[in-house]
Design a protein around this ligand. Structure first.
Ligand SMILES: Cc1cc2nc3c(=O)[nH]c(=O)nc-3n(C[C@H](O)[C@H](O)[C@H](O)COP(=O)(O)OP(=O)(O)OC[C@H]3O[C@@H](n4cnc5c(N)ncnc54)[C@H](O)[C@@H]3O)c2cc1C
Length: 373
């Protein structure tokens, strides 16, 4: 009999789960609280493992057409000279570069189109108000007053998950990392061909092309406390963070930041929920259980991989709970590695600490990410 599955949350993880579960013939409903199903306007960097996951999902060609793929990450000194290039192995296949970037709303649209095309029933501006499970299924009441019964519920409602709080009230809360990141979308100068970073002592600016004509700028900054920042000061603050980087390319980029630039400021928070990640027939995936700071550019990757592995394990096991246990066992170590290593990279940056340790963690994490999932 066909499984009837509910996904709560239509971010990258929830949409990937919908697409993959439909392939195995499940009936899938997805509820997303945002009536506009919006994604905010910043770029997102993606490693080879993410592109491999895109290939499995079936959205790699759309990504290659609408985003940008390139090999290697250039590391430069604050005054400009390149000192190293981090190799990015071609994990998705010899024909696909080892990394890339895309605008978040563009990736969200690619995934939303694939979700709808998969035959998933999408309910926007909707969420659960209560869940009650027994040995055979889960009864769900929705905010539009509807009630339905499911064989499985997947929670993909993100870092501030209401479902996590409902299911695991003792779960840890997101913690502030002591760093914030600024992002802006700017025209792409011809010399920016791949991800490029300038290694300041505590501030790390970088750029990554998101299309043939645009790139996004990201700047990580230590901030001891998580305070509100007045958006009217964004452009001035972002420009001043680049004052100590005389690299001509970066100064040219700096001069393009103005009051009308599209700038996103975000304090960085993390969360690693200890196992278990499921209770009975309700399972949590993505940022809901493992929200990482972006130091390895792999948060979206591990959320999408969760979806692929979950679909595979549910297919492989006749008992739902056995499938969920197998899913969790396969995912825990990889997700823990990404969250904890990213957090450590942030700590080293904040303290202007050991560059060798930073490089070592970066290399070993990127190698581990290339492993099969
Ligand atoms: C500053 C920053 C930079 C980052 N940069 C990168 C990067 O370069 N590369 C990378 O791979 N990752 C990056 N990440 C991480 C990446 O963005 C996340 O890991 C990824 O978006 C998680 O997707 P998700 O679907 O699990 O959760 P979310 O994106 O949080 O999606 C959750 C969805 O659930 C919906 N929702 C919330 N509550 C409810 C509810 N009660 N009912 C129904 N729906 C609900 C939300 O509206 C949303 O659509 C970055 C993160 C941050 C903070």
């Amino acid at each position: 009999m066909k499984k009837h599955i509910l996904i709560i949350g239509g971010g990258f993880s929830g949409m990937a789960a919908a697409i993959q579960l439909r392939k195995s013939g499940a009936e899938v409903d997805l509820v997303e609280i945002d009536p506009g199903w919006r994604s905010y306007g910043a770029g997102i960097s993606l490693g080879g493992a993410t592109l491999r996951a895109f290939r499995t999902l079936g959205i790699l060609d759309a990504f290659l057409a609408q985003g940008n793929a390139s090999d290697g990450v250039k590391l430069c000194l604050p005054h400009g000279p390149q000192v190293a290039e981090l190799p990015t192995p071609r994990i998705a296949g010899a024909d696909v570069p080892g990394g890339g970037a895309i605008m978040r709303p563009v990736l969200a649209r690619i995934l939303a189109d694939a979700t709808r095309a998969s035959g998933t029933k999408v309910y926007l501006g909707n969420t659960f108000t209560s869940l009650q499970q027994d040995a055979e299924g889960v009864d769900v009441v929705f905010s539009d007053g509807q009630r339905r019964r499911y064989d499985l519920v997947i929670g993909a409602d993100g870092l501030y998950s209401k479902l996590r709080e409902t299911l695991f009230p003792q779960a840890p809360k997101p913690t502030y990392s002591g760093q914030a990141v600024w992002r802006a979308v700017l025209p792409r100068p011809p010399e920016i061909e791949t991800a490029t970073m300038w290694m300041g002592p505590r501030i790390k600016p970088g750029v990554n092309p998101v299309s043939k004509t645009e790139m996004y700028l990201f700047v990580t900054e230590p901030r001891p406390s998580n305070e509100h920042v007045d958006p009217s000061t964004f452009a001035t603050q972002l420009r001043s963070l680049l004052d100590d980087f005389p690299a001509p390319t970066l100064q040219a980029i700096r001069s393009q930041i103005g009051d009308d630039s599209q700038i996103v400021f975000r304090p960085l928070e993390g969360l690693l929920m200890p196992r278990p990640w499921f209770s009975g027939r309700v399972v949590l995936i993505g940022d809901t259980v493992h929200a990482t700071t972006p130091h390895l550019a792999s948060g979206a990757c591990i959320g999408i991989e969760d979806a692929l592995v979950l679909a595979e394990e549910l297919d492989r096991h006749t008992e739902t709970e056995a499938g969920l246990a197998a899913f969790e066992a396969r995912r825990w170590e990889r997700c823990r590695m990404v969250v904890e290593n990213s957090a450590r990279l942030g700590e080293i940056e904040i303290a202007n600490g050991d560059k060798e340790e930073h490089a070592r963690i970066m290399r070993s994490s990127l190698m581990a990410l290339a492993d099969p999932i």
